[in-house]
Design a protein around this ligand. Structure first.
Ligand SMILES: *[C@@H]1O[C@H](CO)[C@@H](O)[C@H](O)[C@H]1NC(C)=O
Ligand SMILES: *[C@@H]1O[C@H](CO)[C@@H](O)[C@H](O)[C@H]1NC(C)=O
Length: 193
């Protein structure tokens, strides 16, 4: 999911200014602040024990497996909301970037989606897992890949410390929300290159 946001952010923006996102946290993911007990962090969504992230100066080398552990049911609709905040004079402020996917299961492993090249194409067992969405036990086995979050962006000055907040909520077939939801953040410094 961390790849997704850059591609979304910078999709279809035509310009000559190149930016790179430098991950701030060694573990990539941070917890959201002040969440109630029913909101789990990244470890409520994914088992990270079989994945490794290594930092190089420009990119993040990733390898291993990610297994979904969130206690939801097959057939649930999963909504994902992604928001970009910017750190400015001591506080986190919203930016114009806010994207909501009402049903990520439809698109998560779709080869025609724009995040395929950044992330999901590196999953070896895609055929086995693609129909199981983010349901518990579904294991993504990756071949090693480098995540270099570079993009051309126009208009605004995107330099500075940012965080991306991901919120996932699941709904049963009657559209009743499941008791636990997920929130995690990825913090990084965006620099012009
Ligand atoms: C990833 O999962 C496969 C299949 O279950 C396993 O053989 C492999 O050892 C796992 N990789 C890591 C880094 O744990
Ligand atoms: C862009 O923003 C950064 C961080 O706030 C600042 O250091 C830099 O001077 C700005 N660049 C321009 C061209 O305004």
């Amino acid at each position: 999911m961390f790849v997704v946001v850059f591609l979304i952010l910078f999709l279809n923006q035509s310009s000559a200014i190149k930016y790179r996102f430098y991950f701030e946290n060694e573990g990539v993911f941070s917890d959201c602040a002040n969440e109630p007990r029913s909101v789990k962090n990244i470890e409520g969504l994914l088992d990270l024990s079989e994945v490794t992230f290594k930092y190089n100066s420009e990119f993040l080398a990733a390898s291993g497996n990610l297994t979904y552990v969130w206690d939801i049911q097959p057939g649930d609709r999963v909504q994902c909301d992604i928001q970009l905040l910017r750190f400015d004079r001591g506080s986190w402020l919203p930016t114009i970037v806010y994207i909501s996917f009402p049903d990520i299961c439809i698109t998560l492993y779709d080869k025609s989606q724009f995040w395929y090249k950044g992330w999901t194409m590196h999953i070896i067992n895609i055929d086995e897992i693609k129909d199981k969405c983010v349901y518990p036990g579904n294991k993504m086995i990756h071949k090693p890949f480098n995540l270099d979050a570079v993009a051309d962006v126009s208009g605004l000055n995107w330099s500075g410390l940012h965080k991306i907040i991901y919120r996932l909520k699941a709904f049963d077939s009657n559209n009743v929300i499941r008791p636990t939801s997920i929130c995690y953040e990825i913090v990084g410094d965006i620099k012009k290159i």
